[in-house]
Design a protein around this ligand. Sequence first.
Ligand code: ZN
Length: 183
Amino acid sequence: MYFAQVVEAGIKNALVMAQLTSREHATMDDFDEAWTLNFKVTMGKLVHRFKLFLGGDDSLGEDLRLALDIRNQLAHHFFWDHAVDATTFEGRDRMIAECMAAVDLFQDVEERLSVVVRRYSEAVGTPPAVFVARLDESLDELRSDSARRSPNTCGRCVTSMEAAGDERRRYWKCPKCGSIALA
Ligand SMILES: [Zn+2]
């Protein structure tokens, strides 16, 4: 599921870059708008939107669809479908093998998506080395920000989460994006 989420983030990045470079003079506001537009969308919609920007790479489009189906299978059906497998060593080996194959697919798709992002970033005049340096810079910034932040800050949209639930079960909920975490 970690690698599936990496792919999901990869599609978002690629979409934002692709949408920005398709405009003549993209500004920071355009960036924020493109980001917000792709922020709450399901992975299925992201894959659909990305079709426009595949640039003839049909195999990437097919693998993205497959990655989406595999991710949904893992999230919703995997353990149920392997209920009997889970009771034997051989069965659990099969489950692990299936997960490893999924990781391979997700990593391969993610790598090809990052090529797309780099291609688009070059199109707006940001060479790969500069792109990576900026990524490192913003990661440093985010790390020091997160160290300063209260532990109840939403990791997705950096908003203060609110206490929710009752005495029986307390949790935190982000008023902006709806992300939740058990207290
Ligand atoms: Zn949030």
